[in-house]
Design a protein around this ligand. Sequence first.
Ligand SMILES: *Cc1c(COP(=O)(O)O)cnc(C)c1O
Length: 405
Amino acid sequence: MSPRTDPATTAPASPIRIRPGFATAAVHAGQEPDPLTGAVVPPIYQTSTFTQHGVETLKNGYEYSRGGNPTRTAFEVQLAALENGVAAFAFASGMAAEDALLRAVLRPGHTVIAAAETYGGTHRLLTQVYARWGVRVVFVDPQQPRQLERALSADRSAKLLWLETPTNPLLTVVDIAEWTRTAHAYGALCVVDNTFASPALQTPLSLGADAVVHSTTKYIGGHSDVLGGAVVVGDALWEDQPLQDLVGFQQFAVGAVAGPQDSFLAARGLKTLGVRIRQHCENAAVIADWLTTHPRVGEVFYPGLPGHSTHHIAAQQMSGYGGLVTLRVSGGEPAARVVAESTHLFGLSVSLGGVESLISHPATMTHGSTAGTPQAPPRDLVRLSVGIEDVEHLIDDLDRALYAS
Ligand SMILES: *Cc1c(COP(=O)(O)O)cnc(C)c1O
């Protein structure tokens, strides 16, 4: 066994400085007590439709739950406030949210420029669904801003820049303000998938981005008990119309909306995001630090490590370094598979952002759809979604699994 480190003495000083006002907005924005009964928590309005005063007059703006439902509104208002957005739209999944944003912005003949290392499902949506509808996708290296400039100037049909930061699974941090400025200079919109950082650690709209997408399944829900997604927009115009109206139209017209029960769970999760994310960050920092000296571990990817390739960007862009840690296992793919299958507290599972720790093998699991493409992750990679358990228990669990490899 490797010598145990004492987290209390090796933990780096907490880098978490969630912005003032976040905690209050998380608990109160959109969460006014129910006007009818005073219920402290906005009720789950489990209804498909709403009776009207007259054929042309609604009672409180609600007509039919695809168009709007008070429980969904409560969550959308709360999330828009936390992302510094003008409006938020909640969907049945993160993929449904991405699809709505893409439909709102793109037409056949357009090109999307995506920083490589996107979520596997985003890669699949762009290359296997949108490609059939005449949309092209060009991937650029998230560490090479010059590639973005070249791609934009080479293709005047490039209308959308798709960023994910930190990236999945290598946790590369992209400078949102810089990349957005470049996209805007060529007339393209910039969307940021903010799932990994969550609004507690970064707000892309404040850095110039036009839209944010989320899988609320992850840190926002936070308890691995609900699937959901969201689009949050600022005040951008697209083809002379508010982006807000274009996304709202897609949500209503296509209809992959979040139901009242799911909206309720997402809103409940979001209230405690700040306190949860602190513990995720703290535990992940301790584990990343410990892994760097482990004899069975090659490279460790964590934006909080001073040696991480984009640590300097993370340090100024993020309020904390997040709960994900990725590592290369010394014995290659076979050893990585053994590690992933040998932990007990870390559940072998896709997904992330819940209170419980999870482990995965990206090459075969989350990123299976990228196999054989330049976007495929290294096969000796293991990704950890570090939960909020006692960190010494998590370290013991990983240590045993690494020595089983
Ligand atoms: C999970 C995830 C998605 C997709 O969200 P679903 O809720 O699973 O549809 C998109 N982006 C990122 C970064 C994710 O982790």
